[in-house]
Design a protein around this ligand. Structure first.
Ligand SMILES: [Zn+2]
Length: 452
């Protein structure tokens, strides 16, 4: 009997670990411009050694690595997205072994990028490599898109995707990044919230004023700002900006069912956060608030004197930093317009300034046949039942796939819950690395079977 890709992957664990070590040894810190193009070349050459067609393509920033391995002509195409750049490793002295000298200890590979994201993207590459090495025909077409700027906010990914729609054409995007559930169960997620960040600036007199000499006649921008902020939320927690909820899509019955199956220990959470109660919004459930509700949040407030003792002034300026998490199908530009209109109506002299970049939300239906196949593949490859998230509460530029490329996009994190991504002593449990290869094999084979 000939060897299948799964047996091949099992028999070549040591070699696969060596490949991951080679990749982690090459620094690729996008924030510091350290070793990034070199890492792209290394990754592309490793993919070629495995029989995958791979090229390094330029962007307006650091290059992407694009790869492909063909299946049958009429088979569907899955695009695996990942990133080969890493977070800065500082502080170096907090590492038990140097960040770019990958070291195995207690069944884990330690090194910057071991799990975020070199180990996770490599799991998919090695799954395809195992098909090719055994001469097993791939049942789907596989494309790879590995970015070199994810840890710096993917500033050029949207432009690259928009300019390469033909090259990247696919039926589905699968991304493996981040950790599994705290319980060790795998996660499959179907979207993320978007984000929008603004600063509100209220101005009073041209300088801080004596609160006795001018109290009662000079305007106070701190009060003006507080009054404005108070108009932005209703007592039940809903955002009071007109039209804010206009395009919000409610969860389907299936999504509600999925949310009801996500583990939740509110008492442990309250204890962890040190709060007596959690914020509520109407009568929405915990996960509906996190996944299907937009937010408007005060991140920071500043006005007047904050030093020791007292200083009797009327401040000249007050400002608030506000972030919003957006859900499907809200649009950041539209929401910014609505916030500006709200401010003009209630406090016409307050200035609204957008800060940072805005990202649109993204949403893929978990009831698509392809979605169900991916969850089933993860279930088969893991000893534990997957936790299915209709959305994450956090934000990532996933809309580039769902809106610009226009295809479903599914997240399948392969990292251990304690991978310490972005922290010192980042690590990838070897068991999760090998299981990740198995998960990728299962995804490829189930998508192939589903399409035939
Ligand atoms: Zn990261």
């Amino acid at each position: 009997m000939s060897t299948g890709p799964a047996q091949y992957a099992d028999a070549h664990r040591a070699e696969f670990l060596d490949l991951l070590c080679r990749l982690v040894t090459q620094p690729s810190v996008s924030a510091q411009g350290l070793g990034v193009p070199e890492c792209a070349e290394l990754l592309a050459s490793m993919m070629r050694e495995l029989g995958i067609k791979a090229t390094v393509l330029p962007t307006s920033g650091f290059p992407v690595v694009f790869g492909s391995a063909p299946g049958p002509e009429d088979a569907l195409t899955v695009l695996i997205y990942g990133h080969y750049d890493v977070q800065p490793p500082e502080p170096y002295d907090a590492w038990f072994s140097p960040p770019f000298e990958p070291t195995v200890r207690d069944g884990r590979l330690y090194g910057r990028g071991a799990a975020d994201n070199k180990g996770q993207l490599l799991a998919h590459v090695l799954a395809v490599g195992s098909y090719l090495a055994t001469g097993t025909p791939l049942p789907v077409n596989v494309k790879f898109l590995f970015e070199g700027e994810e840890e710096s906010g993917s500033p050029n990914l949207e432009e690259f995707v928009a300019q390469n729609l033909g090259l990247l054409r696919c039926d589905l995007v699968v991304t493996s990044d981040g950790p599994m559930h705290d319980t060790g169960r795998p996660i499959v997620f179907f979207g993320v919230r978007g984000s929008l960040y603004v600063e509100l600036i209220a101005r009073g007199a041209c300088r801080d004023l004596h609160s006795g000499h001018y109290g009662g006649i000079a305007p106070n921008p701190a009060f003006e700002l507080c009054r404005l902020i108070a108009t932005m939320k209703r007592p039940d927690g809903k955002v009071a900006v007109e039209g804010f909820y206009e395009n919000v899509v409610a969860p389907t019955a299936y999504e509600r069912e999925l949310m009801s199956r996500i583990p939740l220990d509110e008492e442990a959470l309250k204890e962890d956060l040190g709060v007596g109660r959690l914020a509520s919004v109407g009568d929405l459930s915990h996960y509906e608030r996190l996944m299907f509700e937009p937010t408007l949040n005060v991140c920071g407030l500043a006005a007047g004197y904050q030093g020791p003792g007292s200083k009797t002034i009327i401040p000249a300026r007050a400002s608030a930093k506000i972030d919003m998490r957006l859900v499907a199908n809200q649009d950041p530009k539209d929401i910014l317009d609505k916030v500006i209109r709200h401010v003009r109506r209630h406090s016409p002299d307050v200035e609204v300034v957008q800060r940072g970049w805005a990202t649109a939300p993204s949403k893929t239906s978990p009831s698509l046949p392809l979605s169900i196949e991916v969850v089933e593949a993860v279930r088969r490859a893991s000893p534990a039942e997957p936790v299915v998230y209709p959305s994450l509460g956090a934000s990532m530029p996933d809309y580039i796939f769902t809106r610009v490329l226009g295809v479903p996009s599914i997240g399948v994190p392969l990292g251990n819950p304690d991978e310490h991504n972005h922290s010192p002593n980042e690590n990838f449990r070897l068991e999760e690395f090998y299981r990740g290869i198995g998960t990728s094999l299962a995804i490829i084979s189930r998508l192939g079977a589903a399409a035939s």
